[in-house]
Ligand binder design. Structure first.
Ligand code: MN
Length: 756
């Protein structure tokens, strides 16, 4: 393998690679972990071979990056061989020909799983849609927490990328820095990786605000001497007293990071000079016995408060109740000799390690000769608990995120690496419908993580999914069971309906033929007649009638024409005579044809140039309401002067009226309503979200509250949506409009509109 590489890298570079790896290995061997040097060396050789000849943007051999990530994982975070190997191999599957299976074959299942997790999240964040996907990505990180090491290694990867960000193009620098500040730094904080969090923040800030960063850095340097003097004056008396008390300790001034200084300046709108708590004093004491730590902390506390005045409200005991991320320490703020408040942090060495390295440090202290896996599982569980149970008071990452909301969500990848958030339990078919109706309808199976699965397959977070389709596939009613998303169900339903269309068309033809055999058209039927027809065929809407006729489940028998004639006669008598006492001399509700031979010249008696006043007197109305658009008083209408001299009133938008206008222009007359009283049947379409009790509210509002006469109310509730068709009698258009407006005010109703 080495001979391959010699072709690409110089002697010098080879030496550098070996040296970097040696440093990694020595650091590991110096830790308390079990010594699995062989496995780590194998991972190194494997990764080196896989990335052979490849360079980073900076020109360095690529392999230096995974080595450095592994070093951070080992030395700065404190993880063991499994994580070190995964870190060494973390870009192999992403960037080279090797697969996860190859990794598993050589390094076992666990390491392969970690590399797989790292590969999956690498696509998401570096993809083009990274920023809009940021929210999804955060969710992904959290839902992936089944092995938190994936996130921690990712953190180390990001840290190294940030440390070497200078070699990236400026626009990329900006983007990566923003992501780091937005996603990784808060997550590092959450995991208790404080040192890494601070460094990520500072590095991001440096690239996002280079000028401000430099300015603050310069001012820190300028004030260093003065600060030093203050610190010495402050710390010396404390150190003396602690020594007298026989406490072994290390004291240092901890300067605030550039980023946190800037944040303070921004938040408080103050200049650098007024940020007085630029540093804190940190006292780290030696103590082998955990049970004595607390007593020593408070001992030191009393020594300090003997010397300086303590701020009464700024003592924080993180020992008895550690922060959720594991942080333990005793904090107090005292008045320094220069009159400024100075924070003092008191910690044992153990607490300090936890503060710097997070939970990884916990188990380091209880290490025996057990396997790394077992040792790890403890603190992995702890971190998982942290992620799942955000501490209520902390103003940080998870509080804004409201993790519990995500327990019901998963995040999956498209083959292009885009992230989709889906409800938990979603199937391949759900994703297909989520992406596109057509994709759902033609779906035959899925490929999840490159393995073939049925379309009912339930997905897990982090799965990469490809939807397989076939042109010959058609949507099936039984698919409803595989769908959990409302979107999927709705889309399948309408697709199934569409499938029905040819049958419906056939049924419509049959019905139209039946009408024309009886000298009728569909438009000429009024609602009462239609209701009779539905009743005869045992259906409750047109669509059901057509599909029943289309698939032959009902047929037009010998009695049908009789029923039809009867219904028409009855409706004329009932409807019109009741309302208008209408006297008819011809069969005008049936005969709408313009070329009626009777009364051929009668129409000439009406002057189309004058407005025609629509009114009802003792002879009944001087107009006929067209059944095609069923206008009512108050509607915008026009009149068509029939051969008989009757004026047929159409709604302005009625398609039939438009056709009449085009062919019989001179016979069109403008109309003016002068009608009071009477009641007219209108249809109102209502749609909304089917919350509990809404339908009851709807019906009682219409019938009792508005005192209207409901003739028919069909309600179809479907999942969370309902559709209703309301037929109601009203006096005029204003009544319908105010009715619709009132219905729309019912919580949950989305649509309430009159249909014609
Ligand atoms: Mn990487």
């Amino acid at each position: 393998m080495t001979s391959d590489n010699e072709k690409y890298f110089t002697e010098e570079e080879e030496t550098r690679i070996d040296k970097a790896f040696k440093e990694l290995l020595e650091g590991y061997l110096g830790s308390k972990h079990r010594k699995k040097a062989e496995l780590i060396e194998k991972a190194f050789r494997f990764a080196k071979h896989a990335h052979h000849g490849i360079r980073r943007r900076s020109g360095e051999p690529y392999i230096l990056h995974p080595i450095e990530v592994a070093r951070i994982v080992s030395q700065e975070i404190g993880l063991g061989s499994t994580s070190i190997c995964a870190a060494l191999l973390h870009d192999v599957v992403e960037d080279t020909e090797y697969t996860v299976e190859d990794i598993e074959q050589h390094f076992g299942k666990k390491i392969a799983q970690l590399v797989d997790g790292l590969t999956k999240i690498s696509g998401g964040i570096f993809g083009d849609k990274a920023s809009e996907q940021a929210e999804n990505f955060r969710k992904l990180l959290l839902t992936m927490s089944e092995d938190i090491r994936v996130i921690i290694i990712k953190m180390a990867d990001r840290l190294h990328n940030m440390r070497t960000l200078g070699s990236m193009a400026p626009n990329k620098q900006f983007k990566i820095a923003g992501e780091t500040l937005y996603i990784y730094a808060p997550l590092a904080h959450r995991l208790g990786l404080f040192a890494i969090k601070t460094e990520l923040e500072d590095l991001s800030f440096k690239y996002e605000h280079p000028v401000t960063y430099e300015e603050i850095e310069r001012k820190i340097a300028q004030t260093a001497q003065k600060r030093n003097d203050v610190y010495t004056n402050f710390a010396e008396p404390i150190a003396k007293k602690l020594e007298e008390a026989g406490i072994k300790f290390d004291a240092k001034a901890r300067l605030k990071s550039v980023y946190s200084i800037w944040k303070k300046m921004e938040n408080k709108k103050i200049p650098f000079e007024e940020v007085y708590d630029l540093y804190a004093m940190r006292i780290i004491f030696d103590c082998d016995d955990i049970s004595k730590e607390k007593a020593i902390c408070w001992n030191i506390y009393s020594i300090i408060t003997d010397l300086y005045r303590v701020h009464p409200e700024r003592t924080r005991d993180w020992i008895v109740t550690p922060k959720a991320n594991g942080y333990q320490a005793l904090h107090l703020t005292v008045m320094g000799p220069d009159g400024n408040w100075i924070e003092v942090q008191i910690r044992s060495k153990r607490m300090d390690e936890i503060a710097e390295k997070g939970f990884a440090a916990h188990w380091k202290y209880k290490i025996g000769d057990t396997d790394e896996e077992n040792e790890l599982s403890d603190w992995l569980r702890t971190i998982q608990d942290i992620l799942e149970n955000p501490e209520p008071n902390a103003i940080d990452f998870l509080d804004t995120l409201k993790l519990n909301l995500f327990a019901s969500e998963i995040v999956v990848f498209t083959p292009k690496g885009e992230l989709i958030t889906m409800p938990k339990g979603s199937s391949v078919l759900d994703v297909a419908f989520e992406l596109h109706t057509e994709l759902g309808c033609k779906c035959i199976a899925g490929k999840v993580n490159h393995k073939l699965v049925p379309l009912s397959y339930k997905l897990n977070s982090g799965d990469q999914i490809e939807v397989l389709t076939s042109q010959s596939q058609t949507p099936k009613a039984e698919w409803m069971e595989y769908l959990v998303t409302a979107k999927g169900k709705t889309r399948l339903k309408s697709a199934l309906k569409k499938e029905q269309q040819p049958i419906i068309n056939k049924g419509r033809e049959i019905f139209e033929k039946f009408l024309s055999d009886n000298n009728l058209t569909e438009e000429s039927l009024n609602n009462d007649v239609i209701t009779k027809i539905f009743g005869y065929f045992h259906v409750d809407n047109r669509e059901k009638l057509f599909s029943a006729l289309g698939d032959g489940s009902v047929i037009i028998d010998d009695n049908a024409p009789k029923m039809l004639r009867h219904a028409i006669k009855k409706s004329e008598k009932g409807l019109f005579s009741r309302i208008f006492r209408l006297k008819r001399d011809d069969d005008s509700s049936v005969d709408h044809s313009v070329d009626s031979l009777k009364n051929k010249e009668e129409w000439k008696r009406i002057d189309p140039k004058k407005d025609y006043e629509l009114k009802i007197d003792e002879n009944g109305p001087n107009f006929i309401l067209a059944s095609c658009c069923s206008p009512i008083p108050g509607d915008e209408t026009l009149g068509f002067i029939k051969n008989s001299g009757d004026v047929e009133v159409h709604s302005i938008s009625c398609p039939k009226a438009m056709a009449l206008k085009a062919s019989y222009g001179p016979r069109i007359v403008t109309t003016v309503w002068n009608v009071t009283g009477g009641s007219y049947l209108v249809n109102v379409r209502i749609e909304g979200i089917d919350r509990h009790g809404i339908l009851q509210e709807l019906t009682s509002m219409i019938s009792s509250h508005l005192g209207l006469d409901i003739r028919k109310l069909d309600i179809e509730a479907n999942e969370e949506v309902f559709h209703a068709n309301l037929a109601v009698r009203v006096a005029n258009a204003d009544t319908v409009n105010s009715l619709c407006a009132r219905i729309k005010k019912i919580d949950g109703v989305k649509v309430a509109t009159r249909i014609q």
